[in-house]
Design a protein around this ligand. Structure first.
Ligand SMILES: Cc1cc2nc3c(=O)[nH]c(=O)nc-3n(C[C@H](O)[C@H](O)[C@H](O)COP(=O)(O)O)c2cc1C
Length: 188
């Protein structure tokens, strides 16, 4: 929690491209965060390809990313789907955050996926969930937020808009903040 006692959630994902649809979903999530919480977006665009030779002196973008996760109360990932799985740059960032010590351990997290296809990135989302089993993060199961045909859900202002998806997003974000608060109070 930050100085104003607000729950701080790290927001990770989107693709690296300008105009990324999943980045627009992440931006919408930022606006839907429940009162008393905020989403702080990670910048993973400059994280180098993982190389264990550099673990002792990781580059600044890696340090920043690890610190953001470490100092946040929980995390939210919005992933697109590449070739039925997690995009390489996102998996790469997660790999950097997992060694030499795993900053995701015991953290409560939520995952959303979006794609231009009919399955809404569900396959990528489940691959990602599998990684977080090994990382011992506490990923929420419900509601599932899987946004298909995402390119058809962008308004003329360039914002993601979809009434049904937004309801699921809001519910998942409420659950995330609720669980984070529970975890904090139980730890006291
Ligand atoms: C390399 C690559 C692989 C893709 N593979 C899939 C896929 O397996 N399933 C899917 O639904 N969409 C796939 N797509 C389409 C993406 O869903 C679409 O490009 C989406 O807009 C990417 O997310 P972004 O808008 O945040 O960049 C793929 C796109 C790329 C560039």
């Amino acid at each position: 929690m930050n100085r104003e006692n607000k729950v701080v959630i790290a927001g990770i994902g989107g693709s690296l491209r300008n105009g990324s649809f999943s980045k627009k979903v992440l931006e919408k999530a930022r606006k839907l965060m429940p009162e008393g919480s905020s989403l702080q977006l990670a910048d993973i665009s400059s994280i180098p390809i993982f190389n264990a030779d550099h673990l002792r002196e990781p580059s600044a973008p890696v340090v920043d990313f690890r610190n953001l996760i470490d100092h946040s109360d929980g995390f939210l990932i919005v992933t697109p789907e590449y070739n039925y799985s997690v995009p390489g740059y996102l998996k790469n960032a997660i790999d950097w955050a997992s060694v030499p010590n795993n900053v995701f351990a015991k953290k409560i997290g939520a995952i959303m996926s979006s794609s231009t296809g009919m399955i809404g990135g569900a396959r990528a989302q489940y691959h990602l969930r599998q990684s977080f089993v090994f990382l011992d993060a506490r990923i929420l199961n419900r509601p599932e937020v899987i946004i298909n045909f995402v390119d058809k859900k962008i308004n003329e202002m360039g914002e993601f808009v979809d009434e049904i998806a937004e309801k699921f997003m809001r519910d998942l974000l409420n659950n995330l903040v609720f669980e984070v608060k529970n975890q904090k109070s139980l730890a006291r």
